[in-house]
Design a binder for this molecule. Structure first.
Ligand code: MG
Length: 346
C-alpha cells in the first residue's frame, strides 16, 4: 500500500540568476511524497524548465495520472514496472516523471536502510568535484561573485556566457580564481564561427571546456564548431533524451545530463552508459532545484567525469537538506541517512 501527495513550492533565489536566455528569481518546484504502510516516506521534486515545455502547472496536471500508477502497482521496489507503466500513461513531461522516480528510489533505499549509492554499489570516492555557477551580470558583479565563491571553497567554476564581453568576463573570473577549474556555458548564444573564435580566445585562460556554444536547432553548426574548436565541447540543450546521445556523439566530447531532462534516475543511468559506449565523457547538471531532487542526482556522481550539482546552493533557503556538499566536494561517503538523504528541515 502506497499513499502519495504533491505540493507546489516557490523557492526564492539568493541572487537573481541570469543566463543568455533570461533571468530567474524564483524556482517553482513541485515536491512529491510517497509513503508506505510502515510510515516511511520517499521524497522527490520536479524543477520544470519552460525551455523544455514544462511549468509547475503542467507538472501538477500530469502528477495525478503518474501517482495513480504508483498506487496501483503498490510496490516501491518495482521501479522498472512503474516506469514502464508511467511512460505508457504520460509521454514527455520529464520533470514530472523525475519527481516520481526520485521519490520512489528514495523510499526503496530507505526501506533497505542504505543510501542510494550503496544500493547501487557505487564508490563514493570516485565522485568528481562539483562546479559552482557564476550567472551573467555586469563584469564587476561577476568578479565579486567569483571572489565570494572562491572564499566559500569552490574550486570548480562554471561561468555563464553569451554577451558581447565574454572574453572580459572570463579574464576577470580567471584573475579572481587563478587556481580554479573554469568551464563556460554559452547556452546556445553564439554563432558557429563566433564559437570557434571564442574557443581560441578562452583556451588562453585555461578554460576546461565549452558547453552548448550554438543553438540545439543547429546540429550542423555544432559539428562545425567541434571540428574546429580549440577546446572540448559539451552538449546540454542538444542532448535531452536517450536517442540524442548517439545523435551528438560525432559532434561533442561531453554530454551534460540532467534528471529534469531524462525523467529520472534509471534513464539517466541508461544515458550515462550509452555515452560511454560512444566514447563520450559525462557530466550531470541540474536546474535550480531543491535538495529534494538534487540529493538523488548526487548519488550518480561516482559515474561521472564532471558534476554541476549546485542547484540548491543558489536558493535563498531550501526546505530540504541533502547530500553534504563542502565547497566543491560532494561528500557522499559522509551521508549518514538512507535513501537519497533528502531530509525536511523547515
Ligand atoms: Mg547548460
Amino acid at each position: 500500500m502506497l499513499s502519495t501527495e504533491f505540493e507546489r513550492v516557490s523557492l526564492p533565489l539568493a541572487d537573481a540568476f541570469t543566463i543568455a536566455r533570461g533571468t530567474q528569481r524564483v524556482a517553482e518546484n513541485v515536491v512529491v511524497r510517497i509513503t508506505d504502510g510502515a510510515g516511511s516516506t520517499g521524497v522527490g521534486a520536479a524543477a520544470p524548465a519552460p525551455h523544455y515545455g514544462e511549468t509547475a502547472a503542467t507538472v501538477e496536471a500530469v502528477l495525478p495520472d503518474l501517482l495513480s500508477v504508483v498506487e496501483s502497482v503498490g510496490d516501491p521496489h518495482a521501479l522498472d514496472r512503474i516506469e514502464r507503466e508511467r511512460r505508457a500513461v504520460v509521454a514527455g513531461n520529464p520533470a514530472a516523471h523525475a519527481a516520481v522516480d526520485i521519490a520512489l528510489a528514495d523510499l526503496a533505499a530507505k526501506r533497505l536502510g542504505v543510501p542510494l549509492y550503496r544500493q547501487w554499489g557505487l564508490d563514493p570516492e570516485t565522485a568528481p568535484r562539483t562546479s559552482f555557477t557564476i550567472g551573467l551580470d555586469t563584469t564587476d558583479r561577476m568578479r565579486e561573485k567569483t571572489q565570494a565563491a572562491v572564499a566559500e571553497g569552490y574550486d570548480v567554476l562554471k561561468v555563464k556566457l553569451g554577451t558581447d564581453r565574454d572574453e572580459a568576463i572570463v579574464a576577470a573570473v580567471r584573475e579572481e580564481a587563478p587556481d580554479a577549474a573554469i568551464r563556460v556555458d554559452a547556452n546556445e548564444a553564439w554563432t558557429p564561427r563566433q564559437a570557434v573564435r571564442m574557443t581560441e580566445r578562452l583556451s588562453e585562460f585555461g578554460v576546461e571546456f565549452v558547453e552548448q556554444p550554438v543553438p540545439a536547432t543547429d546540429p550542423e553548426g555544432l559539428r562545425f564548431v567541434y571540428e574546429r574548436s580549440s577546446l572540448p565541447i559539451a552538449a546540454d540543450e542538444s542532448c535531452v533524451r536517450l536517442p540524442d546521445v548517439p545523435a551528438v556523439a560525432d559532434r561533442v566530447d561531453i554530454v551534460n545530463l540532467k534528471l529534469m531532462k531524462t525523467g529520472g534516475l534509471a534513464e539517466a543511468k541508461r544515458m550515462i552508459h550509452a555515452a560511454r559506449a560512444h566514447g563520450l565523457e559525462v557530466m550531470l547538471g541540474c536546474m535550480i532545484e531543491s535538495n529534494a531532487s538534487i540529493a538523488a542526482a548526487c548519488h550518480l556522481a561516482p559515474l561521472l567525469d564532471y558534476a554541476d550539482l549546485d542547484g540548491a546552493l543558489l536558493l535563498e533557503d531550501d526546505e530540504y537538506a541533502g547530500v553534504p556538499i563542502d565547497g566543491s566536494d560532494v561528500r557522499l561517503a559522509a551521508l549518514d541517512r538512507a535513501g537519497t538523504g533528502a531530509k525536511r528541515i523547515s
